[in-house]
Design a protein around this ligand. Structure first.
Ligand code: BGC
Length: 459
């Protein structure tokens, strides 16, 4: 019963991830027909595509306090409304400037959704399945991307780009309606001293025997309500965690994921694939992304975050080297083409069970409760900033140094990511958020934040 309630709540909240995936993915097909209708020049096309990324970067940067002040639930409701407005503005826009405004609004929604949803999921989860539940958000992102490819494909015959964009209204409405029935995070309520309300909610999502234990663990860990967002910069121990969070968030982008997600058809075309096959293979990439995120779900709380990260990023590194190698041979025959395809699939699979979900899982765990929203929003804003830069520069980098060197460059960045994960990322599997918080206040190094047991808090 409690288990069912928690899965239901998590699935509704994860719709925010679905919208994130859908609205970032749908433009890849729609832009072909928008181009035709509005006769866009090169720069306008780039602006229409990247407005979402700019919007997400900006909103994640400035909105962190909202979650800590107004609560996780209210912020997700606000996000759903913003998704609806953005979708309507885009689909009915009479001009290219209207479309850009609509894409910016969608970006604002995505930026907030990208940290508010995983944060909410982490806070309502029992510690044993926290990795699983937060990863539902990443699963929804991958499903949103795949869904957007299929929608683009379905409406491409009528060249109906407005309909392609309009479809996003359905998950946005479901999220809006669903969120009204979801409870606020009990951890946030306790932060605001709403003890009875928090107890009532915990009683619905935990077995009776666990409610009081969890209540007192959360209350005990809350000796630091007076923390402010500026403490993230001004106090050394928080600054260190913020740096680890920001670096982890950036590694997710600079190891190249969105060059594949956004540009796969371009890469396949350069390798000599026919356009239709290129689009078909891109859809296959979407399927592999969903499939391996599904495989990751039960493993995160069993094998652990750090081990999966180390294995996955090593796999990404090797795949990138193979991709680079395939292009040194100028892809002259089918076996090289298949080698390229297989290495791209392996790359996506490895991302899907490592850097994809783990960034959200770990970010939702390593900041103290009172400033969790602000810490996560800054880290995610860095993620969107890196995403924007990589997306804007990718084609120029290929032009300057060629395909092979570009993939080798991403492989080197994977190696650096491996070192960073090894030295700085903690293993937090099965550890309560309160234990992690106690470790932070005891001044424990980031790598050991997941250690169990009593620690003395250093003021
Ligand atoms: C990343 C996105 C990416 C997606 C692909 C997410 O974790 O944040 O930038 O497009 O994974 O599945």
């Amino acid at each position: 019963m409690h288990q069912r309630a928690i899965y239901l709540i998590s699935s509704v909240a994860a719709l925010a991830g679905l919208l994130f995936g859908f609205d970032t993915g749908v433009i890849s097909g729609a832009i072909l027909f928008i181009n035709k209708d509005f006769q866009l020049n090169h720069i306008q096309t780039e602006v229409v595509v990247s407005a979402v990324l700019f919007g997400a970067f900006f909103s994640a940067l400035v909105s962190g306090r909202l979650c800590d002040i107004h609560g996780r639930k209210n912020v997700i409701i606000l996000t759903a409304i913003t998704f609806i407005i953005g979708t309507l503005v885009c689909s009915f826009s009479p001009s290219v400037s209207g479309l850009i405004v609509g894409r910016l609004i969608l970006g604002f929604a995505i930026g907030i959704a990208s940290y508010a949803a995983p944060l909410y999921l982490a806070e309502i989860s029992p510690k044993k399945i926290r990795g699983f539940l937060v990863t539902l958000n990443q699963l929804a992102i991958t499903m949103g991307i795949l869904f957007s490819y299929l929608v683009d494909f379905a409406f491409s015959y009528q060249q109906a780009w407005r309909l392609m964009l309009f479809v996003g209204i359905v998950p946005a409405l479901l999220l809006l309606i669903g969120m009204f029935f979801l409870p606020e995070s009990p951890r946030y309520l306790l932060l605001k001293r709403k003890i009875d309300e928090a107890r009532q909610i915990l009683a619905k999502i935990r077995p009776a025997g666990e409610v009081e234990n969890e209540m007192s663990a959360i209350i005990h860990s809350q000796t630091h309500r007076s923390l402010r967002g500026s403490d993230l910069w001004s106090k050394k121990r928080f600054r260190a965690i913020l740096m680890v969070g920001i670096t982890l968030a950036v590694t997710q982008q600079v190891t190249g994921i969105n060059t594949i997600i956004y540009y796969a058809p371009t890469i396949f075309q350069r390798a000599g694939f026919h356009t239709t096959n290129a689009i078909l293979v891109t859809t296959l990439i979407g399927v592999v992304n969903v499939a391996f995120t599904l495989i990751a779900l039960p493993l995160i709380d069993r094998i652990g975050r750090k081990t999966l990260l180390l294995v996955g990023v090593s796999g990404m590194c090797i795949s990138l080297m193979v991709m680079g190698f395939a292009f040194t041979q100028n892809i002259v025959n089918d076996s090289l083409r298949y080698m390229l395809m297989a290495s791209m699939m392996t790359y996506i699979a490895c991302f899907a069970f490592s850097l994809g979900p783990m960034v959200f899982v770990i970010l939702s765990e390593i900041f103290p409760l009172a400033i969790r929203g602000q810490g996560m929003s800054l880290a995610m804003s860095a993620n969107w900033g890196a995403n924007t830069i990589v997306a804007l520069l990718f084609l120029s980098i290929i032009h300057q140094i060629g395909m092979t060197q570009t993939f080798y460059l991403f492989a080197v960045l994977c190696l650096l990511t491996l070192c960073f994960v090894f030295y700085f990322i903690p293993e937090t599997k099965g550890v309560s958020l309160e234990q992690i918080e106690r470790n932070i206040f005891a001044g424990v190094a980031s790598r050991h934040l997941g250690q169990q047991g009593e620690v003395s808090v250093v003021e």
